[in-house]
Design a protein around this ligand. Structure first.
Ligand SMILES: NC(=O)NC(NC(N)=O)C(=O)[O-]
Length: 341
């Protein structure tokens, strides 16, 4: 897996991404592009239109050079890479794809997005893709963008379209509306930058909005057979002084951690790798505390010294192993220069 594939999928349906419009979706619907997984193929399954396909698929084009799908990102952000996944599209993958983007800070109705006045910026020039493959295109943190156009040349099918990047929250608006907010939330730019083990489920689930839907929708490590404990490190969307945490073990009944603790550090500029935090001074925010099965626990956090620097990163330790559905870290965001990470 490339580094950018570990970032947030800004387009995912789960985060509010939507396929708003397409030139043609004769064989299969544009909405499939943003669904989880890589799509399935069911031999022998046909609809009135033709072969049932799990992706977006247009008819064979006899005029014109392309089909286009207009996508609203769930969360606006800077783009570090695309995955144009043509899984199961073998005799009907596009020859080339391209992506353009635009940024609107506020809601835009579809007719305005379709207006020829919108100035679209090229993010990926027309580029060849392979059938039945994850086609990965790294980009150089371009944006922010709120909407994209995926062009397929001349026609064909794409199973999934992933748009990996970093969320760019509207901080002036958030700061004007909230004194305390969840600084770990993916909606506010929080990211899990590392974890000791993700055998059963992905660390990114910890910071998703809303409650978890089932046990697979949290972070779960394998059964630890040696010494030590599992951990995950979060870079907050904005540094701040944390006051309260929620640690949610919903759906983890036979596999919740025996206990957990939280530590915080101030490492502005350390970026998005755990290695860059080597040598950081960690301060206890929550001492080791017993957890319950299938419970949303709320914990008050230990205040730092009055002059303590705002926390930029938090380490969640779970003893010895297990699963946690969600982690919320509520705090007052730092303003001005201190608010940079
Ligand atoms: N066997 C097919 O998949 N044919 C066609 N596609 C669908 N979905 O029926 C086509 O023309 O690509």
């Amino acid at each position: 897996m490339t580094d950018f594939q570990r970032m947030v999928d800004l387009a995912s349906e789960r985060l509010g991404g939507a396929a708003l419009w397409a030139t043609d979706e004769f064989f299969a619907s544009k909405e499939n592009l943003l669904k989880p997984g890589r799509g399935t193929f069911i031999p022998g399954k046909y609809t009135d239109q033709g072969k049932w396909m799990d992706g977006w698929e247009s008819r064979r084009r006899r005029e014109g050079d392309r089909d286009v799908c207009l996508i609203r990102l769930g969360l606006p952000g800077k783009i570090h890479g695309f995955d144009v996944d043509t899984n199961h599209f073998l005799g009907n993958a596009p020859a080339r794809v391209a992506v353009e983007g635009v940024y609107f800070p506020d809601y835009q109705p579809l007719d305005e997005l379709l207006s020829p006045e919108v100035v679209w910026q090229e993010i990926l020039p027309p580029s060849p893709v392979q059938p039945g493959s994850q086609n990965l295109f790294p980009r150089d943190a371009v944006g922010p963008f709120s909407h994209l156009r995926l062009h397929i040349f001349p026609d064909g099918g794409v199973a999934r379209f992933r748009v990996y990047g970093e969320v760019t929250p509207n901080w002036p608006l958030l700061l004007s509306e909230h004194r305390v907010l969840d600084l770990a939330s993916v909606q506010h730019g929080g990211v899990v930058i590392g974890a000791s083990d993700e055998f059963f489920s992905d660390r990114r689930n910890l910071l998703l909005p809303d409650g978890s839907r089932d046990m697979g929708d949290g972070w779960e490590s394998r059964r630890r057979r040696g010494p030590g404990h599992d951990w995950a490190v979060v870079r907050l969307g904005r540094p701040g002084s944390l006051v309260r945490a929620e640690i949610d073990t919903t759906f983890f009944k036979g596999n919740f951690p025996e206990s957990c603790s939280l530590e915080g550090c101030s490492a502005p500029g350390a970026g998005a790798t755990v290695e860059a935090l080597e040598g950081a001074t960690w301060r206890e925010l929550l001492p080791r505390t017993k957890l319950e099965a299938h419970t949303r626990h709320a914990f008050r956090l230990q205040p730092g010294e009055a002059d303590a620097a705002p926390v930029t990163h938090v380490r969640l330790n779970m003893f010895p192993d297990g699963g946690i559905a969600r982690l919320r870290l509520f705090g007052a965001p730092a303003e001005g220069a201190e608010g940079t990470r």
